[in-house]
Write a protein that binds this ligand. Structure first.
Ligand SMILES: *[C@@H]1O[C@H](CO)[C@@H](O)[C@H](O)[C@H]1NC(C)=O
Ligand SMILES: *[C@@H]1O[C@H](CO)[C@@H](O)[C@H](O)[C@H]1NC(C)=O
Ligand SMILES: *[C@@H]1O[C@H](CO)[C@@H](O)[C@H](O)[C@H]1NC(C)=O
Length: 518
């Protein structure tokens, strides 16, 4: 008996030290968002942590140490639901409004009301770490507060969104860091820097009013009126993981609590083998190669306008390549002879096949990262979210061209295809970018696991900088600047007064001496 007890104790000590209980909440129902950090959750479970994952995408086959709480019934699926014209918001402030209104506070109530999530909250289960997606609403930070989880980690599936920088005082300087909603790059002229600075304020204000305020009301409904405000809840975040990397997004200064893990969703062992029919198809196109075309999972390709379809038909007909298009054939109009429709595409494995010459995409970050990883040039037709930002960067780097969906017609499409397929410089640049993107001290997945465990070992404050405890006017030195300006004004005023006094005395003196002379 004693022996058994001792054994259990030893086991507890051995596993208990390393194994943390981790609650993960991915409230947003876009598959691509979950895909980015799914490998991180799996790896944490493999390492012996107990992971409870609340998301819309439960594992098909259950994994040891990973418990799924499926909340997919709370929100409608997004797959294939977006029409081309709906998604194409050209003006950036419309994009901002659309994201805040359609993806922000509207998801709070359905997901927080889901019985699976409510059960976790009501049972007051103990967790050591809370991992939550930072996207367009912070209502889910309330869970870490009510469950008193000491370590809070935010994950972002794109480069950092503007409102996530304040939390850890990540340097956010509009002179060279383009706004998430813009299509600027890190080289801006005066007018662009001006516009980017305006965007900087507009996005923050819009977030406060269109996301924070309604989200906070909903959170209070669920967790009571004494729920601290979101600024307080956000200040509990100790680490933010993002999907940026200097090769695929603006190289920038980051605070120690910000970790750029661009490409974390790409398996460290590289792409999986292709299914036989695709392998045979791609192998057979040795001479001219293949163009891979995908607009991601949310866009419904069959909702393209007839003119755009006609433009693609004519342009594709004239290139020697075969086109592999992710689409469902029965819903599409007649396609050119060299176009093959596939419903499901193992994208990374296709892009890394040596016969793939070009990737046509909406410019989503995951697909374009995969193209860069594989060294394939890109033709982008950016539509929504961060796609304009991503494409602007790739165009600037010289590995991509982009087209405007509104003005998409045969001429520009055909010109872009010819340029990308015949001018070697795009492929060369893409190859170089691939080498640079893969050149890491450790794979991003291992790095992500490392930082999560680092916080478990050293505590939530271990990556914080003192700037996080300053008020905004202290951080921006506005108090110092104010005192300096006031001092200069005072000094100037005193000198002026003094001069006036001296001058008057002199005047008076000279007047009186004049009088004497008279
Ligand atoms: C699950 O966690 C335990 C420790 O808690 C660990 O020994 C085991 O290897 C993990 N299982 C898998 C399949 O990763
Ligand atoms: C995509 O659009 C087509 C044509 O408008 C429609 O028939 C189809 O149902 C749509 N698919 C989805 C998943 O909404
Ligand atoms: C190929 O593209 C590069 C980069 O856009 C450009 O500088 C160069 O002039 C092009 N070469 C030809 C032959 O068009």
């Amino acid at each position: 008996m004693n022996f058994l007890f001792a054994l259990t104790l030893i086991a507890c000590v051995i596993f208990g030290v390393d194994g943390a209980r981790i609650l993960v909440v991915f409230p947003h129902q876009a598959r691509s968002h979950y895909n980015v950090y799914e490998p991180l959750l799996k790896r944490l479970a493999e390492k012996g942590h107990q992971v409870v994952s609340v998301s819309h995408f439960p594992q098909k086959t259950p994994l040891a140490n990973l418990t799924d709480v499926d909340v997919s019934s709370s929100l409608p699926s997004l797959i294939g639901t977006m029409t081309m014209s709906q998604s194409d918001k050209v003006y950036k402030w419309l994009k901002l409004k659309s994201v805040l209104e359609n993806r922000g506070s509207v998801i709070c109530d359905p997901v927080l009301s889901h019985p699976g999530l409510r059960k976790i909250v009501q049972s007051r289960e103990k967790f050591d770490v809370y991992i939550v997606e930072i996207f367009v609403s912070d209502c889910f930070l309330s869970i870490a507060h009510v469950l008193e989880i000491p370590i809070v980690i935010g994950t972002i599936t794109s480069v950092t969104v503007p409102w996530a920088n304040d939390v850890l005082r990540n340097p956010e300087i509009p002179s060279y860091i383009p706004n998430w909603f813009s299509s600027y790059t890190d080289r801006m002229n005066f007018f662009e820097r001006f516009g980017n600075s305006v965007d900087f304020f507009v996005t923050k204000l819009a977030y406060r009013y269109l996301s924070d305020n309604p989200s906070y009301e909903i959170a209070k409904k669920h967790f009571g009126n004494d729920l601290p405000d979101f600024d307080t809840l956000r200040s509990k975040i100790s680490l933010i993981l993002t999907n940026g990397h200097p090769v695929i997004s603006t190289p920038r200064a980051v605070a120690p609590g910000f970790k750029e893990l661009g490409g974390i969703h790409i398996p460290p062992s590289g792409p999986q083998p292709l299914p036989k029919h695709l392998q045979d198809f791609l192998d057979a196109q040795g001479n001219d190669g293949v163009i891979y075309f995908s607009l991601g999972s949310q866009i419904n390709s069959s909702t393209m306008s007839n003119q755009v379809f006609a433009a693609f038909y004519k342009a594709f007909e004239q290139v020697p390549q075969q086109i592999l298009w992710k689409c469902s054939e029965e819903k599409m109009p007649r396609l050119a002879k060299n176009v093959k429709c596939i419903e499901w595409a193992p994208q990374l494995s296709i892009l890394c096949h040596p016969n793939v010459r070009l990737f046509i995409t909406h410019g989503g970050l995951l697909g374009t990262q995969e193209a860069v990883y594989c060294g394939v040039p890109i033709l982008g037709i950016p539509l929504f979210g961060d796609q304009h930002l991503n494409m602007a960067y790739f165009v600037k780097k010289g590995l991509a061209r982009q087209l405007n969906y509104q003005q998409l017609s045969y001429e520009p499409l055909s010109n872009a295809l010819n340029e990308l397929l015949t001018n070697k410089s795009y492929t060369d640049t893409a190859r170089k970018a691939s080498l640079q993107f893969r050149d890491r001290p450790i794979p991003p997945l291992d790095e992500g696991v490392y930082w999560v465990e680092y916080l478990i070992r050293h505590g939530p404050g271990s990556l914080k900088i003192a700037a996080a405890d300053l008020t905004w006017y202290q951080y921006l030195l506005l108090d110092v600047i104010l005192v300096t300006i006031v001092s200069i004004l005072l000094a100037t005023w005193s000198v002026y007064k003094l001069c006036k006094l001296v001058f008057r005395r002199k005047n008076v003196a000279s007047v009186s001496s004049n009088k004497k002379r008279m």
